[in-house]
Design a protein around this ligand. Structure first.
Ligand code: SF4
Ligand code: SF4
Length: 380
């Protein structure tokens, strides 16, 4: 078995697997380091070719921004007089070791080399060998993740049934499918309310291959524990592993991303209730419990008032730190996402680039500047 920690920006697999006999390998790549002024004719071709804005030609100077350079080599190719100076640049270190019988590899990206993650991961992946290779990816859906999963036989997405987890899962599923990978799902902290997750997986025909409960005892065993999950028979990690390996054996048919119409369910429910007969011409009475500071007992009072009338609707509007449920212990009948706005997008085919938006923006800016000036005068 080979374990490869591809999260080169913050690897942590070594904390679990505690590898021994570690060897380090510094990875150096040829990189543009500047321009030979004696050769350069300031034609600007390198700047035009650089998609990362790492080279700028201004007047009689060529400026090079190493931090932005992705080592694509385009400037070198287009320069007509071979004026780009190259030198070796260290982008990070690979570490190799053994954890029992597990062949261990990870990478540590050098400071300020953020754009080099995919290159370092590519080097790490050269250690993929015969047998089962577990690649531990970084989070998100950016280039390092794409580099990690693009050749994989199976993509296992780990999520948790929280709104953040769901949001990231949707992006990850879309990315995996666009790379022609049909993922399987593991649900971590699975004891939370998970109706949305189930609904989403069903709509997207995603297979959940395992669940890890939300057990507070789990993190206590983490450092250096290779058999962490084996200590919890309820998790049945062997069954999960067997399902993953079985799924990886066969080519998985990539499913089409389903329309996420249920995103708008809440909005439709709200709209319907606003349009309903009860709401027309008959406004319900609202009592708001408010105070200038926290800790005055608003929640206790609101909870006590709710005992006065059984037809009462009570809403905890402290959405940053809701706590009324701790007192009233409601039975959750329904939960879901709320979307309170729409995203604006330009339809390029219709846009005539007329520039009419500029005037209102200038007007707004002027108005703001006037206010700032007024404030200065007043404070003097
Ligand atoms: S392409 Fe070569 S010659 Fe032209 S500006 Fe860049 S470095 Fe100078
Ligand atoms: S190697 Fe690529 S990214 Fe770097 S300066 Fe040249 S063109 Fe830009």
């Amino acid at each position: 078995m080979h374990y490869i920690d591809c999260d080169v920006e913050e690897p942590n697999g070594h904390l679990f697997l505690n590898p021994k006999n570690n060897q380090e390998e510094v990875i150096r790549l040829l990189s543009p380091a500047g321009v030979d002024d004696a050769k350069c004719i300031k034609c600007g071709k390198c700047s035009e070719a650089c998609h990362y804005n790492a080279i700028a030609v201004v007047k009689d100077k060529v400026l090079f921004f190493k931090e932005l350079c992705h080592l694509c080599g385009a400037c070198q190719i287009v320069c007509p007089v071979d004026a780009i100076i190259e030198e070796e640049r260290s982008i990070g270190t690979l570490r190799h070791g053994l954890s029992g019988e597990i062949d261990f590899h990870d990478g540590l990206l050098a400071t300020a080399e953020g754009g080099m993650s995919p290159r370092l991961i590519r080097k790490l992946k050269t250690y993929i060998s015969e047998g089962i290779n577990i690649l531990d990816s970084s989070p998100g859906t950016a280039c390092p993740v794409v580099e990690t999963i693009k050749d994989a036989d199976l993509c296992v997405l780990v999520t948790d049934p929280t709104p953040f987890g769901m949001h990231d899962l949707k992006l990850a599923v879309a990315m995996a499918r666009s790379l022609k990978k049909e993922p399987v799902i593991i649900v971590n902290r699975a004891s939370y309310n998970r109706l949305d997750l189930e609904e989403y997986c069903q709509a997207q025909q995603l297979e959940i291959v395992g669940e890890i409960p939300n057990d507070r005892k789990l993190p206590i065993f983490i450092p250096g524990e290779t058999s962490l999950l084996m200590k919890f028979p309820s998790i049945s990690i062997k069954k999960i592993a067997a399902r993953i390996i079985e799924s990886a054996k066969h080519e998985r048919q990539v499913k089409k991303l389903a329309e996420e119409s249920y995103f708008f369910q809440d909005r439709q429910v709200i709209k319907k209730s606003l349009e309903s007969d009860e709401m027309h011409g008959k406004r319900p009475k609202e009592v708001v419990i408010i105070s200038g500071k926290g800790g005055t007992g608003k929640t206790s009072l609101a909870a006590s008032l709710s005992a006065l009338d059984h037809s009462m609707v009570i809403a905890d509007c402290d959405v940053d730190a809701a706590d009324l449920h701790l007192i009233l212990k409601p039975k959750i009948k329904e939960s879901g996402y709320f979307s309170g706005g729409v995203n604006a997008k330009i339809i390029q085919e219709k846009c005539t680039a007329c520039g009419k938006w500029v005037m209102p923006v200038i007007w707004l800016l002027k108005k703001r500047l006037r206010k700032v000036r007024l404030n200065i005068i007043l404070t003097r």
